[in-house]
Design a protein around this ligand. Structure first.
Ligand SMILES: [Zn+2]
Length: 367
């Protein structure tokens, strides 16, 4: 039985200078329309009136015809309409007491993305062309869109590091995979990104020597720059870019790993992060490892759900590295420096593989 889910796929793209100009202009118009409509609605609210979407849309038409705001008709009208829809939703949430009163979008803080619905872009043979543009966007397809996917909404944005992103919303038909007999326990570590109960170790990308050196270099350069100087801003941007690249690579890699785990196994067992943190050593407990753990878990969660597999999260604490997965004997101590050990029963264990085996056993017992 197939299920339909909506999911957004985000990619980087490299606009031509003409496309960049058009998008920057559009972002500016989106922000202006949002803020002006908010101003009008606020005035009405003070008088005890509510403005409907239709009314705000009519106002937009009026602004476009005025001398002062005629430039609004130079950009695609769809992102402007979408800004009004978002404002409408923000007010609906406010009136339903689910959210605070909407605030203005500032030039500095708010990144006002431009949202294009079906009528404002062309999708042909895997090429995406936005309204008011002649050429398709140069998108880096870091992973493919699902086969036969039809985009319904496209959102364009730019982040603090100056990178351009396009987020493509598609309806995805998910067909549960045929059942398999295999199950796997996963231990998330630092030396290896993940260790499987099968004995396989999957290396951590993005922590290569080259990335570490580049990051250290960027951070040193930042530390040398005077506070508040233009060069400091540039150096900070460089650090942000190196971080972003490492995070991108890690995410792509985690996608591949989690898809594989979910395809090959009926059940995947992991330890809860809170449980892991109980036994974590200060030195090893770094933010990067926690971040990849969270990402890994959330990817496993939605992929398992989509493909009819089970993710078991072991949230009961047990000494996963101290137990012999072969005979169940508990070792007295297991310092972190011990990477391999021999149990009295004669089995020689790799520390992480043994832990993964114990996680699998606990997961299967729990489910
Ligand atoms: Zn043993």
């Amino acid at each position: 039985m197939a299920r339909i889910v909506k999911r957004a796929y985000t990619y980087r793209f490299y606009p031509t200078s003409g496309q960049a100009d058009e998008l920057v202009r559009t972002f500016g118009c989106v922000r202006l329309v949002y803020n002006k409509a908010l101003e009008e609605r606020t005035r009405a609210y003070a008088e005890g009136r509510r403005v409907s979407y239709g009314e705000s849309s009519a106002m937009l038409t009026g602004w476009k015809c005025s001398d002062a705001l005629g430039f609004l008709s130079a950009v695609s009208s769809v992102p402007l309409q979408q800004a009004l829809r978002h404002l409408q939703a923000a007010f609906a949430n406010f009136f339903a007491k689910r959210a605070k009163y909407p605030v203005f979008k500032s030039r500095k803080k708010a990144r006002a993305p431009a949202e294009y619905t079906r009528s404002a872009f062309r999708w042909r043979e895997g090429r995406l062309t936005l309204a008011k543009m002649d050429a398709p966007l140069a998108i880096v397809w870091s992973r493919p869109l699902p086969e036969g996917a039809e985009p319904s909404t496209v959102t364009v944005s730019r982040d603090a590091a100056g990178r351009w992103f396009v987020s493509i919303l598609v309806e995805n038909e998910i067909i549960p995979l045929p059942p398999v007999a295999a199950s796997v326990g996963v231990d998330v570590g630092i030396a290896a990104l993940v260790t499987l109960s099968t004995g396989e170790k999957i290396a951590n990308p993005g922590h290569g020597r080259r990335e570490r050196r580049r990051l250290a270099g960027a951070q040193r350069a930042l530390a040398r720059k005077a506070k508040g100087s233009a060069n400091r801003g540039k150096a900070r941007l460089r650090v942000a870019r190196v971080y972003a690249r490492i995070a991108d690579r890690r995410r792509d890699y985690l996608h591949k790993v989690t898809t594989r785990l979910v395809r090959e196994n009926q059940a995947v067992a992991v330890e809860d992060l809170a449980v892991r943190n109980l036994v974590k050593n200060g030195k090893l407990a770094n933010a990067i490892s926690d971040a990849s753990w969270r990402e890994l878990r959330s990817m496993l969660e939605y992929k398992a759900q989509g493909y009819g597999r089970t993710l078991v999260v072991v949230d009961r604490w047990f000494p996963s590295s101290k137990l012999c997965s072969a005979c169940g004997t508990r070792q007295e101590a297991m310092p972190l420096s011990v990477r391999a050990w021999e149990c009295a029963c004669g089995v020689v264990h790799d520390r992480d593989v043994n832990a993964a085996k114990n996680v699998l056993a606990a997961g299967l017992a729990e489910s």
